[in-house]
Design a binder for this molecule. Structure first.
Ligand code: NIG
Ligand code: FE
Length: 396
C-alpha cells in the first residue's frame, strides 16, 4: 500500500494514455511505458526501460493505463426510486422533467444518514468504474434546509459541488414562481454558497417547471455575485436559450446540448465554454442523441459525463458513456476517451486531473485490456482492473 511518503513505480504498461500532447496526438499515448507516483502526484512518465526505481512497484502486466475518468455532471445525492417512471417511458411516455417532484419529496423526507449512505454507495460505484473526480449537484431539496443538507453531504464526497436550487419550481410555489426565484437567489443561495463551488440552473422553457431565459439569468447573476462559478443545464428537451445564456455568463460548461441551432454552435466555438454531452441520458430516455460531430467539426471543446440521477440516467458508468459516445455519437474512441477525462477536467476548469503528465494528481485506471479502445469495443464488460486515486489503490 502506497503512503504519502512512499513512492510507487508502475511498470509493464502496454499502452499508457497520458493526455499530454508532448507525447504526440491529443491522447499522448506511449507503449511499454512506466509511471512514477510520489507524494500523491505523477512524478515521472516515460519508457519502461528508463524508469527510475521507487519504494514500491506495481506491474501492469501489459495492461492499458489511463487517467481516471472525470465525471463532471451528476446528481448523486437523492432518495427514492423512479424505476416505474423508467418502465413507463420504455412503454412510450415521454420525459418532461415532471418526475423530479417525486425525488424532491423523497429527498426531503430522508435523513442525513440515508442520503449520505446512498450517495457514498454511488460514488463508490463510480470509483469502481474508474471515476476519480466527480461533480455532484444539489437540486432535489428545493427548500433551504434540504439544499444545504444535500450540499454538505456532497462536500464530504467531492470538492466539485454545485448549487442547483433552480432545478425546478417545487409544487408549493407552482402558482408563485416569483417567490421561489426570490428564495433561490436570496436566503437559499446565501445558505448554500459556502458549500458550493458552482451555480447551475435548468434552463429549459419547454419544461413547465424549469426556468426560462430571464429567470435563469437572474439565478446565474445572483450565483456569480455570491462568488460561485457558472454551469448550465441547457437545450436538453428542445431548442432554447440555455447555450447562449451559458456563453454570455462565461460558464465553464453547458450540459446536454441535444438541440442546437447554428448560432448556438458558433457561440460555443467562439467561447471558452465546454459542451458536455450526456449520452446515457438519451439512452435512458430514448431521446435523440446530440450531434457530437457537428460540435467537434466546429472546434467546440466536448466533454462526456454520466448525469447520474434517478430520473434520466440510472447509470454511474463512464465506460458505458464512452461506449455510447463511440457507437451513437460517432465520436472516435480517441475523442471519446479524451472527452471523458481531459474534457471533463476542462468542464470543471481543473488543470490537476484528467491527464497523467508530471505534476498531475496520480488518479489513474488500469484496464484489463491491451488498449483503451476496448472501452467501446467490449461494452458492458467490467474492464476496470485497478483504480489509484491520489496514488493510493482503492477498493477491494
Ligand atoms: O440533468 N434535466 C434536468 N435534470 C436532470 C434530470 C432530473 C430528474 O429527472 O430527476 C438531468 O437530466
Ligand atoms: Fe443533470
Amino acid at each position: 500500500m502506497t503512503t504519502d511518503d512512499r513512492s510507487l513505480v508502475i511498470t509493464g504498461i502496454g499502452e499508457l494514455v497520458t493526455n499530454d500532447p508532448a507525447h504526440g496526438g491529443p491522447l499522448g499515448v506511449l507503449h511499454d511505458a512506466a509511471v512514477v507516483v510520489a507524494d500523491r502526484h505523477v512524478a515521472w512518465v516515460g519508457p519502461a526501460s528508463q524508469a527510475p526505481s521507487a519504494d514500491d512497484r506495481l506491474d501492469a502486466d501489459g495492461r492499458c493505463v489511463l487517467p481516471g475518468f472525470v465525471d463532471s455532471h451528476s446528481h448523486a445525492v437523492f432518495a427514492g426510486d423512479r424505476s416505474a417512471e423508467f418502465t413507463a417511458r420504455m412503454a412510450g411516455t415521454p420525459y418532461t422533467g415532471g418526475g423530479i417532484a417525486t425525488t424532491v419529496a423523497a429527498t426531503r423526507a430522508a435523513s442525513d444518514g440515508e442520503l449520505r449512505r446512498r450517495a457514498r454507495c454511488l460514488v463508490e460505484e463510480m470509483l469502481g468504474q474508474g471515476t476519480t473526480t466527480v461533480e455532484i449537484k444539489s437540486g432535489y431539496g428545493q427548500d433551504v434546509a434540504t439544499e444545504v443538507r444535500t450540499l454538505r453531504i456532497a462536500r464530504e464526497l467531492t470538492e466539485e459541488t454545485t448549487f442547483l436550487g433552480a432545478h425546478t419550481v417545487p409544487a408549493e410555489y407552482a402558482h408563485d414562481r416569483r417567490a421561489y426565484l426570490d428564495l433561490v437567489t436570496g436566503p437559499m443561495l446565501a445558505a448554500c454558497a459556502p458549500h458550493a463551488r458552482w451555480v447551475d440552473v435548468f434552463c429549459e422553457p419547454a419544461a413547465p417547471t424549469a426556468f426560462d431565459a430571464d429567470e435563469a439569468r437572474e439565478v446565474l447573476q445572483a450565483g456569480r455575485r455570491a462568488g460561485l462559478l457558472v454551469r448550465v443545464h441547457g437545450n436538453q428537451l428542445g431548442h432554447g436559450p440555455g447555450v447562449r445564456l451559458a456563453v454570455e455568463h462565461g460558464a465553464a460548461s453547458v450540459d446536454h446540448c441535444t438541440y442546437l441551432s447554428d448560432d448556438d454552435v458558433a457561440a460555443l466555438a467562439a467561447s471558452g465554454t465546454v459542451a458536455t454531452l450526456l449520452p446515457a441520458v438519451e439512452f435512458s430516455t430514448r431521446s435523440p442523441y446530440p450531434d457530437a460531430r457537428r460540435l467537434l467539426d466546429a472546434g467546440v471543446t466536448v466533454a462526456l459525463a454520466t448525469d447520474c440521477n434517478p430520473g434520466t440516467c440510472g447509470s454511474s458508468s463512464m465506460p458505458l458513456v464512452v461506449a455510447l459516445a463511440v457507437r451513437e455519437l460517432r465520436m472516435t474512441p480517441e475523442q471519446a476517451l479524451w472527452s471523458a477525462t481531459a474534457g471533463g477536467a476542462a468542464a470543471l476548469r481543473r488543470a490537476d486531473v484528467g491527464s497523467l503528465r508530471v505534476g498531475a494528481r496520480a488518479d489513474l485506471v488500469v484496464l484489463d485490456a491491451p488498449t483503451f479502445v476496448h472501452l467501446a469495443y467490449r461494452p458492458g464488460v467490467p474492464l476496470v482492473h485497478t483504480v489509484l486515486r491520489e496514488g493510493r489503490p482503492t477498493g477491494g
